[in-house]
Design a protein around this ligand. Sequence first.
Ligand code: HEC
Length: 94
Amino acid sequence: MKNLIKTTILLCMLFGANSLMASDAKKADAINGASVWADTCMRCHNLRAPEDLSQRAWVYSINHMRIRAGLTGQETRDVLEFILSSKTDADEHN
Ligand code: HEC
């Protein structure tokens, strides 16, 4: 019986935390990503076109640039969403 109560409490905590995280994490916003991209990514170098890197290389690179540019996690997801959604069909398989 004690175990059942413990398990129930544990499950409630788990699911509680889960729903909190779900409501916390906003979906990536490509429109905001475009403005962060235009405002930040050309401070240090010319803008790289979405076609310049493969999808996989962008994921790697954006995490590198997140640290250089001091972006938040949400801004990083937004910029990545903008870049990947701007890629042409030709390089989608990358
Ligand atoms: C604080 C300066 C700075 C900012 C801001 C910055 N970059 Fe960079 N970026 C660099 C430097 C320096 C390099 C050369 C590689 C290195 O040594 O880190 C680079 C390299 C790159 C590369 C080449 C591949 C790589 O990862 O090395 C890409 C692509 C890139 N940046 C994209 C971006 C994007 C997208 C943003 C905006 C989110 C951004 N950068 C913002 C400094 C910056």
